[in-house]
Design a protein around this ligand. Structure first.
Ligand SMILES: Nc1ncnc2c1ncn2[C@@H]1O[C@H](COP(=O)(O)OP(=O)(O)OP(=O)(O)O)[C@@H](O)[C@H]1O
Ligand SMILES: [Mg+2]
Length: 505
């Protein structure tokens, strides 16, 4: 293994958008054989940095240079970046979902034989790379049929087969289960051992400490420091990122559990989930844990009216409800933060203010006239509470960083005043500091007598927050585990949850 050879160096990088200086003099270096973490609060500039390096964005003219293996390069588009040996896997894997794995692999450069595409050799070459990286995927499967985790693996293998030297991962585990994360990590380690340099972006500090050799911290578009992972602890990194220490993330002061609010009895939907029964009580956070694709999101969609179950009953405050569409759920006081913010959570072309207030206009209007003042007040209050980073809440939502968009969706649901709030992966991509603020808001909802049903594939979060956890595996209810049966951070307890969720009793 070649170690310590410099693969990529970036000097004094600047990038501005209208009204926003996203990067203000960034320095960065990646060596071969290292996994280098890039951390910082939401809006710190991580994704913008990556996009400048990959040629998606044009860096400002005043910037210093970008050097690949000590040679200054000029990168104008991702294709050029790829030819220089730079590759990136973005959170929403950007490949053709309707094509096969092998087709995706050779997209734009399919092997020819006398003008005819040589599918046999395309498949053979793909298989060879998949085998070399020990990736368990059939190259003739349609990409869109694979799990997100497998799609990511294919993207990585493709990058590898293009002689990639520096591989960049922007929050690759946000949509993966714990088990899939482990598989991804061993693949990343294999790439590292082959002498590649890896840039790894994540808000999950446990991952950073498990996987990386060095950590670089950005804050507000500036470079803060680069440290060796073994020489620091989580507290130090949080301090560098946030500028203050964050203590006891999950230490909520909850009210005692009250009467039953939601009762789900024998809910079934053919081939999706079967015989699900549980209840959620006033003042509690009821957790639901399962691997991605286990049916958890379908179960809650059926409660809310976004999907139709075949049989079973749902009772809210003792009376049967039969939500036929999401509007039914909302009018009965059920809020539902979906896991997919881009498609069902946000209007990307509208302002952050409009998105935040989208469900609260009735509260804010008199005789049909919306109070602009109340609108602005509510939006600004959430901007301050959740530290939404934007020059103004009038900014279009699509211009916000990923984590800040998530905070806007949350603001919408938190201002909606629902009695039962269903939250599916509530803190995906949200930084540590803002997570704590979100948890505090959830705590205050509980004290107002509300209930929360939380779905998460991020174990530390469910284990840390929920009073009870229902584990689902392939649509089957594996059990409901009470808080006193496990402790946060205990490896054996975590393994028990993962086994249950994998269907192993
Ligand atoms: N197209 C754009 N137009 C205007 N502002 C933008 C645009 N893209 C990014 N920004 C701003 O640049 C800053 C940096 O955003 P970036 O997406 O790089 O943050 P990040 O560190 O990746 O955050 P996160 O952890 O939330 O993903 C933010 O303030 C964001 O609002
Ligand atoms: Mg980002």
């Amino acid at each position: 293994m070649v170690k310590e050879k410099e693969l990529l160096r970036v000097e004094d990088l600047h990038k501005s958008f209208p009204g926003v200086k996203a990067l203000k003099g960034i320095n960065f270096q990646v060596l071969s054989g290292e996994v280098h973490a890039l951390v910082g609060e939401n809006g710190a500039g991580k994704s913008t940095f990556i996009k400048c390096v990959m040629g998606v964005y044009k860096k400002d003219a005043r910037s210093g240079g970008i050097f690949v293996e000590n040679k200054e390069v000029d990168i104008h588009n991702p294709d050029q970046a790829m030819k220089l040996g730079l590759g990136a896997v973005y959170q929403d894997v950007m490949m053709a979902r309707h094509l096969t794995v092998a087709e995706n692999f050779f997209l734009g450069k399919l092997p020819h034989k006398a003008g005819i595409i040589d599918w046999r050799s395309a498949k053979k070459n793909t298989d060879k790379v998949l085998k070399e990286l020990e990736i368990d995927v059939d190259s003739s499967s349609i990409l869109g049929d694979l799990s997100i985790a497998k799609q990511e693996m294919v993207a990585i293998a493709k990058m590898y087969s293009n002689n990639c030297k520096v591989a960049i991962f922007d929050e690759p585990t946000a949509l993966l289960s714990t088990e899939e994360t482990d598989i991804l990590f061993s693949l990343i380690r294999r790439l590292r051992d082959k002498g590649m340099g890896i840039i790894y972006i994540s808000h999950r500090l446990e991952e950073i400490f498990e996987l990386t050799d060095r950590i670089t911290v950005f804050k507000d578009g500036t470079y803060v420091d680069t440290v060796r992972t073994e020489e620091v602890d989580e507290d130090r990194i949080i301090e560098l990122m946030v500028g203050r220490s964050v203590e006891d993330m999950y230490g909520l002061n909850k009210p005692s559990r009250g009467e039953t609010v939601l009762e789900v009895r024998n809910l079934s939907k053919k081939d999706v989930f079967e015989d699900i029964s549980f209840d959620v009580r006033k003042g509690e956070i009821f957790g639901m844990f399962g691997l991605v694709g286990s049916g958890r999101s379908d179960i809650v969609s059926s409660i809310f009216g976004a999907e139709k179950p075949d049989s079973g009953t749902v009772l809210l405050n003792g009376s049967e409800i039969n939500c036929k569409h999401p509007g039914d759920g909302i009018s009965r006081g059920i809020g539902f933060l979906t896991e997919d913010r881009k498609h069902t959570g946000l209007f990307m072309e509208l302002s952050c203010r409009d998105n935040t207030n989208a469900l609260s206009y009735r509260k804010m209007s008199r005789f049909g006239v919306i109070s602009r003042k109340k609108e602005a007040q509510n939006a600004d209050a959430f901007r301050d509470k959740l530290r939404i980073k934007t020059p103004s809440m009038g900014q279009l939502t699509k211009n916000l960083s990923g984590g800040n968009q998530q905070k806007v969706v949350l603001s919408k649901w938190l201002s909606n005043d629902s009695d039962l709030l269903i939250i599916d992966e509530p803190t995906v991509g949200v930084d540590v500091g803002a997570k704590v603020e979100i948890y505090k808001l959830l705590e205050s909802l509980l004290h107002q007598g509300k209930s929360i049903l939380m779905i998460s594939s991020y174990l530390p979060e469910v284990m840390g927050l929920a009073d009870r956890i229902l584990v689902v595996s392939e649509g089957r209810q594996m059990g409901i585990v009470e808080k006193n049966a496990y402790s946060l951070g205990n490896f054996d307890d975590e393994q028990k949850f993962i086994k249950l969720a994998s269907g192993i009793v």
